[in-house]
Design a binder for this molecule. Structure first.
Ligand code: M6R
Length: 624
């Protein structure tokens, strides 16, 4: 989500931190900053709203004097819009404790209230800033007299205060901390967010991933969840969260720096496909239990009362985000809540029919898609209220919507949307669960079961991803095909559309997604011998009909790849199978789309297409 760098040693600290941030910009690029402790143990903090190049210029015009340690951060906003005030590093009230953070502190509102009641003054809207103030409290509670002792004698106090701070944090975090009074030690901790230590000679590094420091060292130690590190220039000590020392082995990385940015994957698209369990987990985290309570109120503005009050939902979006809308429509209708879905560019007349009892749900990864923004403005003019589901904090869509639900997927670099789609689906399932529970459609027992099943999805996504090699083989078998059909029904019908869109975008071949029931009304005529047809057929209400559609397609020569689970495989008589783990019927789109993404990726790879930057396309479409 964000990029962290840390350095301690005798080389050019600011240059090393900024160089590392440039290499981590793919993780986030809305604001950035560094904090270093200079030769006089004073803090030098510089932050900008925007890219690392701007920070570089600022620092070059006014360099720090003799810095020996420091941290840097490039941000992808989750709490608080992109701005200089919200940029990391963040400091406490003394301005000497500094933190950079990647992740989400779930209990930050509780902590912030307590700290404010104790007199702490906050300067940003971020969740991260609580960590600096909490640290200040812990240092105070250890009765430290910074000026009375030598800096190195403060190290045990710094560590203990850090340990106590970390113990109070809930959520996901990779942290690195500097205390200007104790500049010979940097501290780091990890829980559900990556953090790696680079081991140099007379210098050491901290980073979100190895690409930040690979040109200085290839010897690294990966922190695990629940581990902390005390990093000095001549050595690193590792601890668990109770403060017990642990030993860790270093490994030598063979990647070059471009491979490292992509986490060793050949393309961002493949990396992002593999980040989907995390996207879902991050989007659900802290927002699901209890369903139907007012848990979304503080963050989104949506209350239980408002969820009860809307007469209908109207989803609007473009491209992949529109396919998420269609899943939303099926899901809400399944609960008996009226819902429609339209592509934003075809919404004009229907927009005029919106009124104050309609909740328009606008979905956009970027939050800047022109057609989606136009649709939102028209719907608002007609009196509707608008909920934005977006991955981009501070985007135009968030500023124009009445309610905002962020997906927490981190930046998506590949033009073909993958992890953002899964984040959008997770947000929709979250929302539908809250609506259904608030309206009494799900009893408390059913709501609990729904939430428990949804929380299992990230693990099922991991299991699905484990099938990558098998899916790649199937894709390679069809790499020369010029036409592809994708079919499904009900809540997986949008997944057939998405499968076809993915392959069109990155392989430039003709592909169509159809509601399977429509095949006999025309499209079946185009089937020829050997034509690849991908049928999404998990266990559920549509299975028998899907099995029939597969038979009909096969009888006309289609080479059918069925996306099934162990049970539905027995019913569907296809030529080839991709078998997914079992999941409750309603949640299957969160899994069935994954083999289609992988399939599209490997077809494009075999065709040697420019997968991350397909021809004629842009990541964000800001004109109509
Ligand atoms: O940023 P948005 O989610 O609003 O973008 C919408 C579409 O342009 C986008 O989903 C597009 O279809 C993707 N390239 C699909 O992979």
């Amino acid at each position: 989500m964000c990029g962290i760098t840390g350095y301690i040693g005798d080389n050019k600290t600011t240059d090393i931190l900024i160089d590392g941030l440039k290499r981590l910009e793919y993780r986030g690029y809305d604001s950035c900053g560094i904090a270093v402790v200079d030769a006089k143990n004073e803090l030098y903090l510089r932050r900008v709203s925007g890219r690392v190049d701007a920070l570089d210029k600022l620092v070059a015009g006014d360099p720090a004097k003799g810095p020996k340690s420091g941290v840097g951060h490039t941000r992808w906003a989750t709490h608080g819009a992109p701005s200089e005030d919200n940029a990391h590093p963040h400091t406490d009230c003394t301005g000497r404790v500094v933190v950079v953070h990647n992740g989400i502190i779930e209990n930050y509102l509780d902590l912030k209230e307590k700290l404010q009641a104790g007199g702490h003054k906050f300067k940003s809207e971020t969740d991260t800033e609580v960590i600096a103030h909490l640290m200040e409290e812990k240092l105070k509670s250890l009765h430290v007299q910074e000026k009375a002792v030598r800096a190195e004698m403060l190290e045990p106090v710094f560590f203990e205060a850090f340990r106590r701070t970390v113990a109070e944090l809930k959520g996901s975090f990779a942290l690195s901390m500097v205390w200007a009074s104790c500049p010979a030690m940097l501290l780091a901790a990890r829980m559900h967010s990556p953090l790696v230590i680079g081991l140099g000679k007379g210098e050491n590094f901290i980073a979100s991933d190895v690409s930040a420091f690979l040109k200085f060292t290839k010897r690294v130690v990966f922190l695990n969840d629940g581990e902390m590190a005390a990093v000095r220039k001549d050595g690193v000590d590792y601890y668990d969260f109770k403060g017990k020392k642990t030993s860790k082995d270093a490994v030598t990385i063979q990647w070059d720096s471009t491979m490292a940015e992509k986490g060793g994957y050949k393309h961002f698209m493949l990396k992002e496909i593999h980040e989907q369990a995390e996207s879902v987990e991050n989007t659900l985290r802290g927002r699901l239990l209890p369903l139907g309570g007012d848990i979304l109120k503080a963050e989104t503005g949506l209350t239980t009362a408002s969820m009860k009050g809307f007469a209908a939902l109207q989803f609007v979006a473009c491209g992949t985000a529109y396919h998420a809308c269609l899943v939303g429509r099926f899901l809400f209708e399944n609960f008996g809540i009226p819902a429609h879905a339209d592509v934003a560019s075809e919404f004009t007349d229907r927009a005029k029919l919106m009124h104050k009892d309609t909740l328009v749900v606008a979905i956009s990864q970027s939050g800047e898609t022109a057609d989606t923004l136009f649709a939102v403005r028209e719907a608002k003019a007609a009196g509707a209220r608008v909920l934005a589901i977006t991955n981009t904090v501070g985007s135009t869509l968030t500023r124009e919507a009445d309610y905002v639900l962020h997906t927490h997927c981190g930046p998506e670099i590949g033009v073909a949307s993958t992890k953002a789609f899964l984040g959008q689906l997770a947000a929709i399932y979250l929302l539908a669960g809250h609506f259904a529970a608030a309206r009494g459609i799900l009893s408390s027992t059913e709501a609990r079961r729904y939430a428990e099943d949804l929380l299992k999805v990230p693990r099922l996504i991991e299991e699905t991803l484990a099938g990558e090699k098998e899916i790649a083989k199937v894709a390679e078998a069809f790499a020369a095909s010029e036409h592809f059909l994708f079919i499904s029904r009900h809540i997986n019908y949008p997944i057939a559309l998405e499968g076809a869109l993915k392959i069109k975008e990155i392989s430039y071949v003709h592909a169509e997604g159809y509601a399977a029931g429509e095949m006999k009304h025309g499209p079946i005529a185009i089937i020829y011998k050997g034509m690849p047809l991908l049928a999404v057929a998990p266990t559920g209400r549509a299975l028998e009909l899907m099995a029939g559609n597969v038979e009909e397609a096969k009888a006309r020569g289609a080479d059918v790849v069925a996306i099934v689970d162990a049970a539905s495989r027995k019913t569907v008589k296809a030529n080839r199978y991709i078998v997914l783990p079992d999941a409750p019927e309603l949640f299957t789109p969160l899994l069935t789309v994954i083999p289609l993404q992988i399939f599209a990726y490997y077809v494009a790879l075999a065709k040697k297409c420019d997968i991350d930057k397909p021809r004629n396309l842009a990541k964000s479409v800001t004109v109509r």
